[in-house]
Design a protein around this ligand. Sequence first.
Ligand SMILES: C[S@@+](CC[C@H](N)C(=O)[O-])C[C@H]1O[C@@H](n2cnc3c(N)ncnc32)[C@H](O)[C@@H]1O
Length: 376
Amino acid sequence: MENGTSHSLQDELDTQDLLHGNVLVFHHLMSSLKSLSLRCACGLGIPAALHRLGGSATAAAIVAETGLHPSKLPYLRRLMRALTVSGIFKQQPSPSPAAAGNDDTVYTLTPASRLLVGDTPSSTMSALLSSRPEAGFAMFFRLEEWFRDGGGGGGAGTTTLFEMAHGVASPWDLAREDDDYNRALNEACVVDTSFVMDVVLRGAGGDVFRGLTSLVDVGGGYGAAAAAIARAFPDVKCTVMDLEQVIRGAPVDGGVVQFVAGDMFQPVPPAQAALLKNVLDCWSDDDCVKILRQCKKAIPTRDAGGKVIIINTVVGHGPNDVAVRETQVLYDMYIMSVDGTEREEHEWRKIFLEAGFSDYRIMPILGYQSIIEVFP
Ligand SMILES: C[S@@+](CC[C@H](N)C(=O)[O-])C[C@H]1O[C@@H](n2cnc3c(N)ncnc32)[C@H](O)[C@@H]1O
């Protein structure tokens, strides 16, 4: 009897484990619909409509505001419910008890959906939400094919997933050929960077730039980071270096920063500090070492205030939160499409030492990203 009891308990545990496994597999499979639902909501202009409606509205008001056909109301409620459960919107209980079939649930913006109110929320968000889905998720439908055959030679080739989708190895190569893509990419980086630099400069991250006399923003795009630093610290002389096709379209921006066309694999303009924001994760370890060596040549010794400032993910750092951890490693999957890597601390350390630097300090203060100071 005793044996029988423990056996049935064991069975029950296995059943619970199996049910949990079943939930987990379905949760993963259904998670693509999370991104597609978000993409759809942004495409329909729902965050912006909610914003125009004062930050909260019923589904019926959203349908009217976005110009959808009234027949879509019940479907929109389901879209809003899915995005509410996942935290993109919030739901307030209906102020008056709903009459049968009459749902007047009020949806409100959250800090997450507030970020989606503008036209160009951020560079990665834009790429993922893009009207050109091949720039975002669609190429991942070929991930298995890439693992098996990508680049030919039975999977041993060097073709990136991005190249399989676009015919060129990286977004910068595509930007060289396609003016619209180039502009969209750089303008989206400006929005992303303006948001992040605002957080950096308002908080403890600002101390990283205090006391500098000059800074070169390597791969600095249209100069949003450099301009924010120059405005916050007018004594810092800021230079932005990027590829010719980027600098050509960069805004003059009142002359607070100087723009220089160049290649970060070649000598970069000298400055007390070099900034690499969202640059190194796009490159292999070998390429990062080459870029960092050029930066090291451009800056003075540590005693003279020389340093490299990196803004990027350090996998495993930052708030101990499932959303942060998942974002770091899923971003790594995304950046794998251009043969980039989101690095753990020991991987960063390895490339810093190989490039000839002696020390570093990680400040995990930007959500899923960190600021790293690297010293010669
Ligand atoms: C992800 S974007 C980051 C832009 C900017 N740092 C920011 O955070 O907004 C990477 C930048 O690296 C630039 N880049 C790529 N290859 C480069 C090279 N060989 N030399 C200089 N810049 C390069 C790209 O043009 C692009 O502006």
